[in-house]
Design a binder for this molecule. Structure first.
Ligand SMILES: *Cc1c(COP(=O)(O)O)cnc(C)c1O
Length: 367
């Protein structure tokens, strides 16, 4: 039995005629950049998450960069975020010459601890980027209140969480001043290449994002800003228009599998805590083991793919050390980075595969 970490082939087989037809339509009309599918997708994304404005772009990293650029983040500014995330979150802050200020996580959810944010706000703080890690939102409403009270914009990095719902009942990518997501193939809602989107309810920011993603122009050849070439391909939008129809069912399937895992591991292993009224989209199913190296080896030998998200806190990455990020202590994030492992949770895992994953995890994991 060979278990894939993410099964995109099986998903394609489920909707092959629909996807093929959509792609054929784009090949026929020939508007490969800015085709009608882009606007259609943006409308569907807004319907799905409730954000007033959805703006597709080339990938989730650009989405974050565009969001920061729309706030005029510049050298000397400070941006508060979590050190326990994919590199891109910190990378875009540094790319714009700003300083990332790392705040420790809640060890139960692995998300930024909102109670530690306010003490890090200074005159230079221009933005806060909470990351909805593994598909679970932190208390984004509370973080927005903290931001608004201090005149600091909040950007949700929802690369892993499109489709998630907060404990208070709001959709990921609809709550904060700006939100971003990624359609990288392995994300919960992935396309067949790179893709991303920026979301906002603010018309002024939406217009600015719209310009920045297309060389800073609102009108052709009239450039208001220094921008990027960061458009979503029409073919990717067409693919997403089919995949978004399948997405609610896939979220449900991921949750059924995750629930089975959590019940099996309960009182035996520490897993990500999901507040009972929240909906996680389980981009990853993550647990902690104290013997990670041997666990990874044993699982691989048993034919079960496993991954580590993420083994190194951002301030400990070689480039951040070089940039002077030293003496930054985030003990909960550092502890998690040495123990976390993710096991497959994609919606097309068969029951016997789930059972094998559960049994082997229990066999090899030391709490
Ligand atoms: C995947 C990811 C990104 C980057 O998205 P890309 O589409 O790969 O550029 C940013 N932040 C987080 C938390 C991610 O998981």
């Amino acid at each position: 039995m060979k278990i894939p970490f993410v099964d995109l082939q099986k998903q394609y087989q489920e909707i092959k005629p629909l996807i093929d037809e959509r792609i054929a339509q784009v090949l026929t009309h020939g508007q490969f950049i800015g085709g009608p599918e882009i606007k259609q997708l943006e409308t569907e994304l807004s319907k799905f998450c409730g954000a007033k404005y959805s703006l597709a772009c080339a990938n989730g990293t650009d989405a974050l960069q565009i969001a920061l650029m729309s706030l005029d983040i510049k050298p000397g500014d400070e941006v508060i975020t979590t050190p326990f995330t994919f590199f891109a979150t910190g990378e875009v802050i540094a790319l714009l010459g700003a300083k990332a200020v790392f705040v420790d996580i809640d060890p139960e959810t692995y998300n930024i601890n909102p109670d530690l944010i306010e003490e890090k706000i200074t005159d230079k703080t221009k933005a806060i980027i909470p990351v909805s890690l593994y598909g679970l939102c932190p208390d984004l409403e509370k973080i927005q209140r903290i931001g608004s009270a201090n005149n600091v914009h909040v950007i949700e990095d929802g690369a892993q969480s499109f489709g998630a719902i907060t404990e208070k009942g709001n959709s990921s990518c609809s709550i904060n001043d700006l939100s971003t997501t990624s359609f990288f193939p392995a994300k919960p809602l992935g396309c067949y290449g790179d893709g991303g989107a920026v979301f906002t309810n603010n018309e002024e920011l939406a217009n600015k994002v719209n310009s920045i993603r297309n060389h800073g122009q609102a009108q052709r050849y009239h450039h208001e800003y220094i921008g990027l070439n960061s458009r979503l391909d029409t073919i990717q939008a067409a693919i997403l228009l089919e995949k978004i129809k399948l997405f609610p069912k896939e979220i449900e399937l991921r949750n059924i599998i995750a629930k089975r895992y959590s019940e099996s591991f309960s009182h035996k292993l520490k897993t990500q805590k999901i507040p009972s009224s929240a909906q996680c989209v389980f981009a990853q199913y993550t647990l902690e083991v104290s013997n990670r190296d041997s666990f990874l080896n044993n699982m691989k030998e048993a034919g079960i793919p496993v991954a580590v998200h993420y083994p190194i806190c951002l301030q400990h990455q070689p480039i951040f050390k070089k940039l002077g990020y030293t003496n930054i202590h985030t003990p909960h994030a550092e502890n998690a980075s040495t123990k976390v492992v993710s096991i497959p949770v994609h919606p097309y895992l068969e029951e016997n595969q789930q059972e094998l994953i559960i049994n082997k995890t229990l066999e090899f994991a030391k709490a």
